[in-house]
Design a protein around this ligand. Structure first.
Ligand code: TXA
Ligand code: MG
Length: 349
């Protein structure tokens, strides 16, 4: 890694130009988006994409999202741009939304995972926009983590995860959304949300004026690898190393008590009332049982929860605990994206 820069506007244009030049040379540049940090490569270069897959440690038949600077670029990457795509683009781009459209002929199979479709997104983070504009082409970028691990939401998390394998990291500060974009497939008769995010189904429906289904990524999670290649849909795609369970408050408190009785080190991510109950129930034993950093009060607001989610899990994961206990989030649709990532974080544990 050649350099790591100070946040955002402080990043001089000279640095952005150097980053764009690295992309042109087929090298990898990690950059902030409003959702998570991306590991960027020239989407038109086979060699760059090859390196991208190597560094990610990701199977080559999994598609990556192409990041664009402007809606006018859509038709360069998509064979057809349906009216629905333009409506969604007007409403939500730049922003945390990815559209799956039929691919244009020139789009490399390394981008599409060999499928006849391509994922496109115009991010809103100013530094991402500067990079893509300066580069002047499509930037293929999966989240800047190794395959199967937590997505990074800070430049430090990228550096920790990818080390010297990335040629430059642009530091744009912590990501404001915190979980990956909402992916909408416009390939079929009806739009389908393949991966929920902080852009909600009801907002998509109100723009399109039709029903939008959520799935099938989740339903197909177990059988996804062979047919529909959506790595974000693999059950444990966003997993911490530490065994992680998501349960309701009551069960969480029970599990915590059981763990404490056998001297287990445990981490907790729970809402304030649950943590208060634990303090009352366990008294001083509670405080001696856990280091304060193993014990995170979850924000009651879904947006704020999402913003902090990966950082919280990463923090707990770094403590080499026996177990991470996470309180299940509320049922409301505004929690769909967070609930989905928590389910994946705990899958296979
Ligand atoms: O917020 C985000 O989307 C971040 C930032 C960096 O933009 N990117 C991201 O990329 O999450 P990645 O590679 O970690 O996840 C991209 C998801 C994968 O699940 C991939 O399979 C899906 O997008 N995808 C990309 N192209 C697709 C296609 N043609 N058909 C179906 N799924 C596709
Ligand atoms: Mg990812």
């Amino acid at each position: 890694m050649s350099s790591q820069q100070a946040p955002d506007k402080q990043v001089p244009q000279q640095t952005v130009e150097a980053a764009a030049e690295l992309l042109r040379q087929g090298r990898l540049v990690a950059f902030p988006t409003e959702t998570v940090y991306g590991l960027g490569a020239d989407a038109s270069s086979e060699a760059a994409l090859k390196r991208l897959y190597q560094v990610k440690g990701r199977p080559t038949d999994h598609p990556v999202i192409v990041h664009l600077a402007d809606v006018s670029e859509l038709s360069k990457w998509a064979r057809t741009v349906p009216e629905a795509a333009l409506s969604l683009a007007r409403a939500f781009w730049p922003g945390p939304m990815t559209l799956i459209l039929p691919r244009a002929d020139h789009v490399l199979p390394q981008v599409t995972g060999g499928q006849d479709s391509v994922g496109l997104r115009i991010p809103s983070h100013p530094l991402a926009r500067r990079l893509i504009e300066t580069f002047g082409g499509g930037v293929a970028a999966p989240s800047a983590n190794r395959f199967g691990r937590l997505s990074p939401t800070t430049a430090a998390a990228v550096a920790e995860s990818l080390g010297d394998d990335v040629d430059m990291i642009l530091d744009g500060g912590p990501c404001s959304v915190g979980i990956e974009s909402t992916i909408i497939s416009l390939l079929g008769e009806q739009p389908v949300v393949l991966r929920p995010g902080m852009l909600q189904v009801k907002d998509i429906e109100s723009v399109l004026g039709c029903k939008v289904t959520l799935g099938p990524a989740k339903a197909q999670a177990e059988e996804v690898s062979a047919e529909v290649r959506v790595p974000g849909a693999l059950p444990s795609h966003y997993a911490p190393h530490t065994s992680t369970a998501v349960t309701d408050a009551e069960t969480l408190i029970e599990l915590f008590a059981e763990g404490m009785a056998i001297g287990r080190s445990q981490g907790v991510l729970a809402f304030a009332p649950t943590i208060e109950t634990m303090k009352t129930n366990f008294g001083s034993r509670f405080y001696t049982a856990m280091a304060t950093e193993a014990f995170i009060t979850a924000p009651a607001d879904a947006d704020e929860y999402a913003r902090k989610l990966y950082d919280s899990l990463r923090q707990l994961d770094s403590l080499a605990l026996h177990k991470i206990l996470v309180e299940a989030v509320p049922h409301g649709a505004e929690w769909d994206g967070v609930r989905d990532r928590l389910a994946r974080a705990s899958a296979g544990h």
